[in-house]
Design a protein around this ligand. Structure first.
Ligand code: BG6
Length: 480
């Protein structure tokens, strides 16, 4: 039975994600009166802090990472926080943690934002302290393993203590408003669905470009790389939302059933359909930045950029290429989906010297949140030298269309859904496993071909081979 949790146990409570995202999100929800009145939040991590120490720690994080206009009732929020130090790898301490959470009246939500190596011992500890009993639910932050096998191990360990209906795997892209809007665009409008298929769509591009480099995540990132860090989860989820059949309703089972069908229909991408890169020193926004190897302090074969061509082998998407590209230290931060339609089958303007260009739909996910549809229009004039047609954009900026609503960070939505028990925007086990299966095959191809990343200058759009990858199909990346 569903319930709204009145206890939230936060593992990794002193970590980077907690400071930048989780605490600010919870505080913002509290400010807006959206947290259950009785909700108590128990932070836990290795650091030896008491409740007051943690409240001070949290205050500092909120002052650093939260916009001033959303900090309104910070003191009240801080009062909800308590803290229990814990070494997650040993059983000692879990009972104290359980005592600190003290059961509550309705139930407990647990959120693991820790290294994946701690998932299994944490589950053991939680079980030992009775914290998996009753209706407790658990949220898991990525990475969920490094390949299919390790992901299965984690999933098995979690499944030994929690049924799937109480496991909430986070992909924070699903918490983004613009990502959810993809579903509204596709399924709340009659316009697109009839032409949303191989008959009318020539190709799709998904770009997730970042300007940041390694940041402080040396240990994690170098063992991961762009394919596993971004494509395995966020980009495949975007692809699934673009490609899925209409679910029968907006609920967890219906939506995830449709997404997993797409993920399972992904054809193995060949090594020749991929390009990997690693950035070298360059400049971003006019500022010099070091190369990946310099930031890392050693040579590495980890890719900080990947571009690839994917195919979804089903009736709707037969022969439609999907070009995916993501990288660090690219010229700008942008996440967007470009749906390139086919040209009109026959142009009535050809005899007047005018050329048509195919329509294009660009869905801006971040930082610009917009939907831009390019249409052909006649340029004004008497056409005495022939008709001139030009592509003009129909551009809807979401913030303008919805003034007066504030933009929430993805974790606000996801944490609230975890507390209230709505799994729609969380990733089901079969999805994660289908994602890994496809990624593992690409990585196996790279290993077999001894593929090492090419270099690219920080501030460029990756190795030139990425441009060639699309161009050999007559496609240009959408870079403007
Ligand atoms: C994370 C990756 O999942 O997503 C990071 O581990 C990446 O490497 C981040 O920077 C990007 O998220 P966003 O929301 O800034 O696009």
């Amino acid at each position: 039975m569903n319930f709204t949790a009145d206890r939230l146990i936060l593992f990794g409570a002193t970590g980077d994600l907690a400071q930048r995202m989780l605490l600010p999100s919870l505080c913002a929800l509290d400010n807006d009166g959206l947290l259950p009145q009785d909700l108590r939040i128990v932070g836990t991590a290795r650091s030896e802090l008491d409740d007051n120490g943690y409240r001070q720690f949290a205050r500092k994080a909120l002052e650093t990472y939260m916009p001033t206009d959303r900090r309104g009732k910070m003191a009240e929020f801080l009062n909800r926080l308590t803290y229990q130090p814990l070494d997650a790898t040993t059983l000692e301490g879990y009972r104290e943690l359980a005592a600190k959470a003290d059961g509550g009246k309705t139930g407990t939500a647990i959120f693991l934002s820790t290294a994946p190596s701690l998932f299994e011992p944490t589950i053991t500890g939680l079980r030992h302290a009775g914290l998996t009993e009753g209706n407790a639910r658990i949220g898991l932050e990525k990475p969920l393993g490094t390949n299919l096998a390790t992901s299965c191990e984690i999933n098995d360990a979690v499944a030994s203590a929690f049924p799937e209906s109480r496991i909430f795997r986070i992909d924070h892209y699903l918490g983004k408003e613009t990502v959810q809007n993809l579903l509204a665009l596709r399924f709340a409008n009659i316009l697109f669905e009839p032409i949303w298929n191989a008959n009318y769509i020539e190709h799709v591009q998904i770009t997730v470009a970042e300007t940041v480099g390694l940041e402080s995540r040396v240990g994690y990132y170098d063992g991961s790389g762009a394919l596993r860090d971004m494509v395995q989860n966020h980009m495949l989820q975007l692809l699934a939302l673009v490609c899925m059949e209409p679910p029968t309703s907006f609920d967890a089972t219906a939506v995830r059933d449709e997404k997993v069908k797409v993920l399972r229909a992904l054809r193995k991408t060949e090594v020749t359909e991929t390009v990997t890169g690693q950035y070298r020193a360059g400049a971003i926004d006019g500022k010099a930045v070091p190369g990946y190897d310099e930031e890392l302090g050693k040579d590495s074969d980890t890719e900080t950029f990947v571009a690839l061509r994917a195919h979804v082998d089903n009736w709707r998407w037969k022969s439609v290429p999907f070009y995916l590209r993501t990288g660090k230290r690219l010229p700008k931060r942008i996440t967007e989906i470009v749906v390139q339609f086919r040209d009109v089958p026959y142009s009535i303007f050809a005899n007047r010297g005018a050329h048509t260009k195919p329509n294009r739909l660009v869905i801006g996910i971040q930082p610009r949140e917009n939907i831009q549809l390019s249409l052909m229009a006649k340029m004004p004039g008497l056409d005495r030298e022939g008709i001139r047609l030009r592509r003009v954009p129909l551009d809807i900026a979401m913030p303008d269309a919805f003034t007066g609503t504030h933009r929430r960070i993805a974790y606000e939505r996801l944490l609230l859904d975890l507390i209230e028990g709505d799994q729609t925007l969380f990733v089901r086990r079969d999805e994660v496993e289908a994602q890994w299966e496809w990624i593992d095959a690409i990585r196996a191809g790279w290993a077999e071909a001894s593929r090492a990343p090419r270099t690219y200058t920080a501030g460029s759009w990756g190795p030139t081979a990425a441009i060639a990858l699309a161009e050999r199909d007559g496609v240009s990346w959408h870079d403007d």
